[in-house]
Design a binder for this molecule. Structure first.
Ligand code: 1VU
Length: 300
């Protein structure tokens, strides 16, 4: 009995590790040694990443380091990875809102960390770690929204591109400042920005280190809506209401919809079509489908 429980546990852990590897971009084959990178990041402590899972199926992820405008310390990078793992395993989840504590989003990497790891190898390790985490975030079967209050700067601007949608509050700003630091984005924000706003607009925003206010973000398709509240509680409430338009209904259907769109966004057409078929197969004749057929045959 104990042996069989132990075997099941090992099997589940193995499946989880394999699933995480499938969702990630880098592994040992790319010279990426995750355990070493984690050990190094652990040395730069401060702040936290907090997750609450609401009964509605909406998760709230808070970037919490307001003394330095929610800049990412090493331990925050590690905690973000842990929270993403938690979200991958949250089977009732439908949506996620990411926001920053203290009325501002995030000012990127903690500059103390940037200075301490300013050699090429350490920079590459941090880059691969954050790309893996943000790619897994992007591929979550949840509809994700970045709520931008105050500033989303550098890595903070990169993080918002890993979400499906962005909402901005009045007076807020998105800015890819990398060029001013002699850099380009390294957390995957460059590749994702091109897919969101197109290559011409992305080139302007990156090479101009342009300040993007809510009006310009709307015009570029970088933001969906400018909210009316500027304060944290009001903005969060508005973001919840906005997101719930899309998370209404059975979790199985919402999650399948996001997975299908993510496949369409990332895969070549034939692979995306096959994935769509597989996802369709998980719903056809399932409980949500049968109940809809029994109770709501018309859509007037
Ligand atoms: C992935 C690559 C990266 O992300 S590299 C990092 C890119 N980010 C940056 O370079 C941001 C640098 N900071 C700034 O430009 C300004 O602080 C911004 C964000 C515009 C805010 O300006 P302002 O509203 O006037 O506030 P402030 O400068 O007084 O900041 C408040 C305190 O927070 C700190 N802070 C801010 N950002 C960071 C950061 N990324 N790392 C470490 N500390 C940061 C400021 O130094 C300031 O601290 P203090 O009150 O002076 O002790």
């Amino acid at each position: 009995m104990v042996i069989s429980m132990w075997k099941n546990l090992l099997q589940t852990m193995k499946e989880r590790i394999l699933q995480q590897r499938r969702m990630s971009v880098y592994n040992q084959a790319h010279g990426y040694e995750e355990e070493l990178v984690k050990k190094q990041l652990q040395q730069f402590a401060g702040g936290s990443i907090n997750l609450t899972k609401e009964d509605s199926g909406i998760g709230i992820l808070t970037l919490n380091n307001p003394k330095i405008m929610n800049a990412f310390t090493g331990t925050m990078m590690l905690e973000l990875q842990e929270r993403v793992t938690e979200l991958e395993n949250w089977k009732d989840g439908k949506g996620l809102i990411i926001y920053g504590a203290g009325n501002t989003f995030c000012s990127g990497s903690d500059l103390n960390v940037v200075k301490a790891i300013s050699n090429s190898q350490d920079g590459m390790n941090m880059c691969m770690f954050m790309q893996n985490t943000l790619t897994r975030l992007m591929r979550l079967p949840l509809i994700t929204v970045a709520l931008v209050q105050g500033k989303a700067i550098g890595g903070g601007a990169e993080l918002i591109t890993a979400c499906d949608f962005r909402l901005m509050t009045p007076g807020s700003e998105i800015r890819f400042v990398h060029k001013l630091m002699g850099l380009v984005p390294g957390w995957g924000g460059g590749a994702r920005l091109v897919r969101i706003v197109g290559s011409r607009a992305a080139l302007k925003l990156l090479s101009g280190a342009t300040r993007v206010d809510p009006e310009r973000a709307l015009h570029l398709g970088l933001s969906e809506e400018t909210l009316s509240s500027s304060d944290e509680a009001g903005a969060l409430e508005e973001a919840r209401a906005w997101l719930s338009q899309y998370t209404e209904g059975p979790a199985s259907v919402i999650r399948a919809t996001k997975e299908m769109v993510a496949a369409g966004r990332e895969l070549l057409l034939e692979a995306a079509l096959r994935t769509e078929k597989d996802i369709f197969g998980t719903l056809w004749g399932g409980p949500a489908n049968l109940q809809a057929l029994a109770t709501r045959p018309k859509h007037k």
